[in-house]
Design a protein around this ligand. Structure first.
Ligand code: PLP
Length: 406
């Protein structure tokens, strides 16, 4: 996949005097020229406000925006573009569902199920919702030995009082790939709504929301080679048409009188105000770009790099590696004995190696396991084995030189 690197000018630089090795893709991916050019062309030729105008540029902007919706439906294999709501990202997508669910039908005695490995984006909105409505939040436990979910815990918990099950597809801190199809099937058989946090899966593997059979699937543009500030909520229109709005303003109304407003159907009901048209254009171009490579190929490539890194880093004498031993997403979380995570990441940066260190927004799980954070290497299709070898050399050097083993 090395030839794709040339599309990413940002990767061609040196950092602190060394060639950049960018292994922070789980936090945000880099952007190919094709996406940057598509955004530039939109602003140079087609920009005006959408929907409301009856002039050429407005029509073009509307077409570009609505075509991006169609493209997103295709990307997720949704049955209709009306199931696609544009948001600012995964975080806003989940907040939208939490807000509307709370407005609609949640109260004391009701339960929301999530897992212990959720990103704060898929935990805090439910915690806020629970404190607002009196509903309770329950957590599917994570097994420390391999970072998998304790599914035996789940079976007698899926009862009528559970209103929604929300689960991350690929864990950003462990690399676990969760069996979301199985989880959604179990929940659906009890009439429970399901949400899948696809922040780490949408751009890394083929996604078919109809096959997963979830009610909601959320992801962010910036993690799939698209721009920041645009994200997606796949949401069944049949549900959203019966739910109240998330925010009020222009674009989402049918008619407004001094007495009351009436609202458009979904998805426009949930997109108040001028939307992020340039973001949608860039997102659609990013989808074209990564689908031309092939998401199965990307998955195989990322997984192979992660497995290689995992197998090699495990040879370090004082290492602790988190998550599954095989069949993981394209990232590895680890700790090196005697080397604080922040020191490790700072020293690695001095060699041009971009890792992430910290709790990765899964602070509660880290606390449960008695740690404050990990170092994380996360890969994408433009990374290669030579970079992994180089990163291991850097880590080996840092470990031997700086680890304090008193
Ligand atoms: C699993 C997961 N969920 C949610 C998010 C939040 O994404 P965003 O900050 O783009 O909304 C992230 C970001 O790292 C993530 O990894």
């Amino acid at each position: 996949m090395k030839h794709f690197r040339h599309d990413f000018p940002i990767l061609e630089q040196s950092v602190n005097g060394h060639p950049l090795i960018y292994f922070d893709n789980a936090a945000s991916s880099q952007k190919p020229n094709q996406v940057i050019e598509a955004i530039k062309a939109y602003y140079q030729k087609d920009h005006a406000n959408v929907h409301r105008g009856i002039h050429e540029l407005s029509n073009r902007a509307t077409l570009a925006y609505e075509s991006a919706r169609e493209r997103t439906a295709e990307f997720l294999h949704a049955s209709s573009a009306s199931d696609i709501i544009f948001t600012r990202g995964t975080t806003e997508s989940i907040n939208l569902v939490a807000h509307c669910l709370g407005q609609n039908s949640l109260g004391p005695g009701d339960k929301i199920l999530i897992t212990e490995m959720e990103h704060h984006s898929n935990m805090v909105p439910w915690q806020i919702l629970a404190s607002r409505t009196g509903a309770t939040l329950e957590f599917i436990p994570v097994l420390e030995k391999d970072g998998s979910l304790d599914l035996s815990w789940l079976d007698n918990r899926l009862r009528e009082d559970v209103k929604l099950l929300s689960c991350v597809h690929v864990s950003n801190s462990l690399g676990t790939i969760n069996p979301v199809k199985e989880l959604c099937q179990k929940a659906r058989s009890k009439g429970i709504l399901t949400l899948v946090d696809g922040a780490q899966s949408a751009g890394h593997m083929p996604i078919d929301v109809q096959e997963i059979d979830c009610d909601f699937y959320a992801f962010s543009g910036h993690k799939i080679c698209g721009p920041t500030g645009i994200g997606v909520l796949y949401a069944r229109k049949s549900i959203m048409d019966s739910w109240p709005p998330y925010q009020g303003g222009g674009e989402m109304i049918q008619e407004v009188t001094f007495e009351r407003p009436s609202f458009k159907a979904s998805p426009h009901r949930y997109e108040a105000g001028t939307p992020n048209m340039a973001g949608a254009v860039g997102l659609a171009r990013a989808m074209d770009y990564i689908d031309a490579i092939g998401r199965q190929q990307i998955h195989d490539h990322d997984q192979a790099l992660a497995q290689y890194f995992y197998d090699e880093i495990r040879r370090f004498p004082g290492v602790r590696v988190f998550g599954p031993p095989t069949n993981r997403g394209g990232l590895v979380s680890f700790l090196l004995d005697g080397l604080h995570v922040h020191d490790l990441v700072t020293l690695a940066d001095q060699k041009g190696l971009a890792l992430r260190g910290g709790h990765h927004c899964t602070q509660a799980l880290m606390k449960k396991w008695g740690i404050t954070g990990t170092a994380r290497a996360s890969f994408y299709f433009y990374n290669d084995k030579e970079e992994v070898d180089r990163s291991l050399e850097i880590l080996d050097h840092l470990y031997k030189r700086f680890a304090d083993r008193n």
